[in-house]
Design a protein around this ligand. Sequence first.
Ligand SMILES: N[C@@H](CCC(=O)N[C@@H](CS)C(=O)NCC(=O)O)C(=O)O
Length: 215
Amino acid sequence: MRPTITAFAASPDRGRGLARDMRVRWALEEVGQVYDVRLLTFAEMKEAPHLAMNPFGQIPTYEDDGLRLFETGAIILHIAERHDGLLPQESDARARAKAWMFAAVSSVEPWILELENTGFFERDKPWFQERMAAVEARLCRRLEALARWLDDREWLDGAFSAGDLMMVSVLQRIRGAELFGGFPGLAAYVARAEARPAYARAFAAQLAVYHASLG
Ligand SMILES: N[C@@H](CCC(=O)N[C@@H](CS)C(=O)NCC(=O)O)C(=O)O
């Protein structure tokens, strides 16, 4: 039986691979698991059948053999636990790879979302410039620490893992931001991950949905 994930019927990301079903598609491609996609409109995401799967009315969700999951961290961990390819076999290395998954969504992504939200929702406020500078400074401290850790490592801890998949997915959201230009090591890390064939397959599948939505 193949899992089914949900995704935007018409993604607001304009085909840039940023909608979060991309992370799950990528994980499924890395482990060689075929999957189905159920596309949802924004209205359907806020209706009872979807809210029963994700109380926040968001995509992606994951269904497999009676199991229903939301939150990309939980979904990708589930996939990685059930297939070879995204977590090391050795138990300490496996635990460290999971730590990097959590680091991506709880120590890096919140600062990136704060930057995005400030830019989207607070631009018209009189204190916008001051707040943006403070948000950027906080995010830069996290990026500096991450860049220092990566240094000349290819991946965060040994072989490519679900930790890298999550971290790269998070970093992609600021690829276009001016401040990311100050981190060439992180940009190279993202580019290395995007060169993986599994990433390319996932991106192409998500992009095909976006193109179809344009009619
Ligand atoms: N923490 C959640 C975030 C999910 C999320 O933000 N989904 C976005 C798409 S990338 C969404 O559904 N946005 C529409 C909305 O919130 O109404 C996860 O990682 O799964």
